[in-house]
Design a protein around this ligand. Structure first.
Ligand code: SAH
Length: 223
């Protein structure tokens, strides 16, 4: 791995180890998730000015009024997604920095990820390329509509909060598939896991969370 990816000082493996220890203390037990987060250089996904804070347990700005999710929530959502068995094909809504995408790539066979802000998507694409993660397809589009071309998905993970679960995402879930997403308005959001059974949807409400809102429409190339 080259020096930038490897990190040093506040971006070193040692710092990542402390981050993993904190996530474990907060209750995340899935060792595969923790192992992947230990080896993924989160600092390349944040703006350079914030690199030294990349492993603190907080969201950080990534531009365009968006944030990279805090390490704990990335770990927790990924654990919830994988808890009921492996997921071959996963859709992510809200690529953002691409960090959650990178974690998913290392734990599932195929990842599809959509983002409405084009410049963020481009930056994420470069980071994923730098890490040589190739089992991923990115699309500049509004995730309220899912990504129909590759549906159904064994798992869907949404990293921005809608007021209500978008119908398209439920429809694009395979039987047995799980959808992990924050739902709610403003500061009143709850993390949900919805499992599609043969005939219906089972909803679990897990914990209060704070995400940026799931918005409609696109921010284009010239932004
Ligand atoms: N997983 C990302 C989270 C970024 S924040 C990370 O850890 O970096 C949520 C992202 O969802 C933002 O980049 C935002 O632009 C995007 N988003 C919001 N509404 C969206 C929509 N309707 N379709 C696609 N992406 C959306």
């Amino acid at each position: 791995m080259n020096r930038r990816l490897e990190g040093s000082g506040m971006t070193s493996r040692r710092t990542r180890e402390r981050m993993i220890a904190r996530i474990r203390e907060q209750g995340v037990r899935n060792q595969a998730v923790l192992d992947v987060m230990l080896k993924t250089p989160r600092h390349i996904f944040v703006e350079e000015a914030f690199a030294s804070r990349a492993y603190e347990d907080m969201p950080l700005p990534i531009g365009f009024n968006q944030t990279i999710s805090q390490p704990y929530i990335v770990a927790r959502m990924t654990e919830l997604l994988l808890e009921k068995g492996p997921r071959a094909k996963v859709l992510e809504v809200g690529t953002g920095s691409g960090y959650q995408t990178a974690v998913l790539c290392q734990l599932t066979k195929l990842v599809y990820s959509v983002e409405r802000i084009y410049p963020l998507q481009q930056r994420a694409r470069r980071c994923l390329q730098d890490l040589q993660l190739r089992n991923v397809r990115l699309k500049h589009s509004d995730g309220n509509w899912g990504w129909e071309d590759y549906a159904p998905y064994d798992g869907i993970l949404v990293t921005a909060a809608p007021a209500e679960t978008p119908q398209a995402l439920l429809e694009q879930l395979a039987p047995g598939g799980v959808l992990v997403m924050p739902v709610g308005d403003g500061r009143d959001q709850i993390l949900q896991r919805i499992t599609r059974t043969e005939s219906s949807f089972e909803v679990e409400e897990l914990e209060p969370v704070i995400f940026v809102p799931l918005l409609g429409g696109l921010v284009d190339r010239s932004a």
